[in-house]
Design a binder for this molecule. Sequence first.
Ligand SMILES: Cc1cc2nc3c(=O)[nH]c(=O)nc-3n(C[C@H](O)[C@H](O)[C@H](O)COP(=O)(O)OP(=O)(O)OC[C@H]3O[C@@H](n4cnc5c(N)ncnc54)[C@H](O)[C@@H]3O)c2cc1C
Length: 258
Amino acid sequence: MPGEDVAAALAAAADLAREGLGSVLTQLGEQVTSREEAAGVRDHYLRVLEEIRQRQLPTEISVKLTHLGLDLNPKACLQDLLALAARAAAVGSFLWIDMEESRYVDPTLELFQAVRAAHAGVGVCLQAYLRRTPADLEALLPLAPAIRLVKGAYNEPPDVALPKKRDVDGAYAVLAGRLLQRAAQGEARAVFGTHDLGLLARLRQRALATCCMAFAPPSSARSTAKEFPSVSWSAMGRTGSRGTCGGSPNDRRMCGLW
Ligand SMILES: Cc1cc2nc3c(=O)[nH]c(=O)nc-3n(C[C@H](O)[C@H](O)[C@H](O)COP(=O)(O)OP(=O)(O)OC[C@H]3O[C@@H](n4cnc5c(N)ncnc54)[C@H](O)[C@@H]3O)c2cc1C
């Protein structure tokens, strides 16, 4: 998404909305060193959610937990997440939690589950390159979760993450299939965060062939202000305030994206 600041990101989100596309905004940054900084990040996102409300944008937010001070004070980080989830729900948006280095997976999933117990409108990212991810996905599925599946962006040792790209792509396909299966039953929201257009095309075909037209939001999400679809496709720019645009207008028509 073009632009280095929130105003530009919101303008781009509005342009995308006019084309029938949803978006996800995130402020680049991680591992803050003080609670004041973390509170500033929380307040930044609260302001972004207010802009989303005022402009009536089909836009969600995605946060990194170390940007919200996970390393400094996990309890305060949870409180900030709860505040963001409550505000996102109130304005008809949605809160995503990024996944960072492998040492953060346990606390991230722990906090995700704590927030998910209070708010349906929260989802988490899982990384296909991690050897543990199939087990993590299975453990989360009973929650009828919203999962954004990505390949994984960090430099991890081979005992933790699959070292070969071919194997990561294979793992992604298997995990995506499992997620689509659950989404087809209305038991998950499946989001695919990748620039791999060939992979997205194959997943889209699979979703359309098996389930997409019949998708309903997970039952646990039906009480949220904005009901969400079960499958969406995302590609993300990495400049300034990062944005995610999903699929084409055609995808939206056919799959009811965003
Ligand atoms: C919406 C979204 C959310 C993400 N969230 C997280 C997260 O929370 N945690 C995490 O670890 N990682 C996250 N990632 C990054 C992800 O893990 C991958 O590192 C990244 O997407 C590159 O892999 P790929 O799936 O695009 O496929 P690849 O197989 O690496 O690339 C596929 C094709 O896309 C091209 N490409 C790759 N990167 C880009 C780019 N930035 N811009 C344009 N073209 C590109 C490649 O050249 C190649 O042609 C996210 C990515 C996206 C798109």
